[in-house]
Design a protein around this ligand. Structure first.
Ligand code: PMT
Length: 415
């Protein structure tokens, strides 16, 4: 076989590449759902070390987690040759996720009891901790459990609300483990200690728009929505109250973000305008069509014999329009260019009266449409110009939000 015949899959650069997480699993029937959580975290590039309590082992075998995580599963505090497991794990963990967290587990953690590996390492660790309770509704509502949850939250521990739905007892009520997407979104937020956008209302646009020519055809562009999605997620993780207005992308809605799907530039214009007055910050990562067919044919345009000339008219400039009528909002635009990046971006910054523009040359490898990464330069109206290296779109989103924060006074919109 020639060397070139060997298929080597390209390394997956997930959002958790380089991160190490401890997944604590305690005694609850929902323990089987932790297997899928483990798989999802691993698929995003994390090293996952699973720690099971004795009770958890009654529900799921450690071998299952061992196979899925690719690491040995820790179950005991007194394992010969690994007596320091609690300290080692506490040291290497970037975050600890306990899912499901039983009533017993919450009680121990609230009161600092350390009688097994999981409770001991939680005491020893200094990283973010997310507890995801699962138990019967009556237990969840018991004053002792409510008090334990209150103690933990007052100490700054993230304890999720349980979900409502069918329980193992056959009843319907509170106490259910929240669904996987909700847990992963909460974990992503818990990992971000920075809550500098708490209480800020952030409007983000993403994706392309589609402009119909007839009921069958439309013109559009190559935007996949990944850049805007990353901004929405990061803004949410940093405490923001986020509305994501997005053209057709095929991406799943972002958990805990209000999603407003639109199709055309006109719909996007309306959606952004409606919500702008209530927003503190507008970030437009959407690739809005600059032109649309001047007329939409009511029926399919027949093929005909010769050439077909398409009459296009300009679409309204959403950013320019809203920047014009702002009352204290920070307005951020993007510039997608194929050359002469900085000069063109600066013209858009001043021409559209923006506070900040994120310039990307979409012809650069790893940048622009559809990629997991982007290389951008941030330009602000005070003349600031910061070229960033190639980063994941999430890291770019963080840098954009850092720049937005600097534009505000103590995190508040300008008067
Ligand atoms: O979605 P991905 O696949 O992740 O790709 C990311 C991206 C390349 C789409 C993103 O990084 C990006 O550059 N988005 C802006 C694309 C764009 O429309 O750029 P522009 O230079 O044509 O427009 C300048 C700004 O005006 C943009 O903020 C745009 O949202 C806004 N605009 C444009 C036209 C219009 N009619 N109204 C607008 O508000």
């Amino acid at each position: 076989m020639k060397k070139t015949d060997v298929h080597t899959p390209s390394a997956h650069v997930g959002r958790y590449a380089g991160k190490t997480f401890v997944l604590g699993v305690t005694g609850s029937i929902a323990a089987y759902k932790a297997v899928s959580l483990c798989r999802r975290l691993k698929a995003e590039g994390a090293q996952v070390h699973v720690v099971m309590t004795r009770a958890a082992e009654r529900f799921v075998g450690p071998l299952t987690f061992e196979v899925i995580s690719g690491n040995s599963v820790a179950t005991g505090l007194f394992v010969s040759g690994n007596e320091m497991a609690h300290l080692n794990l506490a040291e290497i963990a970037d975050a600890i996720l306990v899912a499901p967290a039983s009533a017993h587990c919450l009680g121990k953690m609230a009161h600092g009891l350390a009688d097994d590996l999981l409770s001991t390492l939680v005491l020893a660790a200094e990283c973010p901790l997310l507890l995801v309770p699962a138990m019967d509704g009556g237990m969840w509502d018991h004053p002792a459990v409510r008090e334990n949850v209150r103690i933990l939250r007052a100490r700054g521990v993230c304890v999720m609300e349980s979900d409502t739905g069918p329980l193992a007892s056959g009843r319907i009520g509170k106490g259910r483990l929240p669904d996987e997407e909700t847990i992963l979104a909460a974990f992503s937020s818990a990992l971000s200690p920075q809550k500098d956008f708490q209480g800020r209302r952030i409007l983000v646009t993403a994706g392309p728009t589609q402009e119909s020519l007839d009921p069958i055809r439309y013109i559009s562009n190559r935007s996949t929505g990944k850049m805007g999605w990353a901004i929405a997620e990061v803004a949410r993780d940093r405490g923001g109250d986020v509305v994501l207005i997005a053209g057709p992308t095929g991406l799943a809605p972002v958990t805990n973000v209000t999603w407003v799907p639109v199709v055309t530039s006109e719909e996007m214009h309306k959606a952004v305008t409606t919500r702008f007055a209530d927003a503190d910050i507008l970030i437009m990562a959407a690739a809005v069509a600059d032109f649309r067919p001047a007329r939409k044919a009511p029926g399919k345009v027949a093929k005909g014999q010769g050439r077909f000339v398409l009459d296009l008219e300009p679409t309204p400039d959403i950013l320019g329009d809203l920047a014009e009528r702002r009352s204290g909002q920070i307005v951020v635009g993007f510039a997608a260019e194929t050359g002469d990046l900085l000069a063109r971006a600066r013209r858009k910054l001043t021409g559209k009266n923006l506070d900040l523009i994120v310039a990307n040359d979409v012809t650069e490898p790893g940048a622009g449409f559809g990629t997991e990464t982007n290389r951008v330069t941030l330009l602000d109206r005070a003349g600031g110009c910061k070229a960033l290296p190639l980063l994941s779109k999430r890291d770019v989103a963080h840098r954009i939000l850092d720049a937005v924060r600097r534009l505000t006074t103590a995190g508040r919109p300008r008067p």
